[in-house]
Design a protein around this ligand. Sequence first.
Ligand code: ADP
Length: 269
Amino acid sequence: MNSNQDNAIITVSGLTRKFNGLIAVDSISFNVSKGEIFAFLGPNGAGKSTTIKMLTTLLEPTAGAITMNGNDPRKNKDAVRKSFGIVFQDPSLDDDLTAIENMQYHAVLYQVPKNVKDKRIEELLKFVELWERRKDLVKTFSGGMKRRLEVARGLLHHPRILFLDEPTLGLDPQTRNHIWSYIKEINQKEQMTVFFTTHYMEEAEKVAHRVAVIDRGKIIAIGSPDELKAQTKTESLEDAFLNLTGHKIREEEVTGLDIMRAHTRMWRH
Ligand code: ADP
């Protein structure tokens, strides 16, 4: 898939964010095409979260321009917010509500029309195989079930773009494959664009149409996994990443806190 400007759903040009003296994001430019699965990869502190926050209206850029589904987040915040769904790294479900109550609450927040709401909730809970468990409290769910529910919730208002920040962190390989199979299916069925971060390089290599590598606030490479491997004369995306940044993503990304969270999730299993 190419990054043809006419087909772009996200365009970013000269995007910059400074925090006092620090340049967290340093004049980056890229496009994401409609229906593309786009991976945004970089070592810890590279500027990934800051970029995602600017794209999703949570943070004002210092300079540069963004278009999200035809809108400028600075001028049309509401339209931009309706155009995307987001699954954050930290679970944001209400543990004391049931699966279906979490979905209904989100539907109200996003003003999903009453006449389509129940049908869409049923369709999505069936899609992530949680319909049978819809009346159970979320606190009884495993880590993988919670993540599936978050994906379903992120899709409730028919977003054109889905942001996923480390969607599979701390999950076992089988559950990770499961999550990606839902995401790939919805990407194909609804032509939904997916923008994600991960430190599992083999996942990015398998699912991403294109990858951008960001390091110290700058995009240092962009292309399909095959293009990045050819450019660096390496055999895997993990080696391409190492060649480009001089770091292994896992050592950089997995902090003590992440490991603790992953263990807590397994414990709840
Ligand atoms: P990543 O998501 O790739 O780990 P971030 O976007 O979180 O990186 O951070 C990029 C840089 O900006 C880091 O040096 C980080 O310390 C700094 N940074 C991020 N948010 C803030 C903030 N609110 N105030 C000051 N510095 C920040």
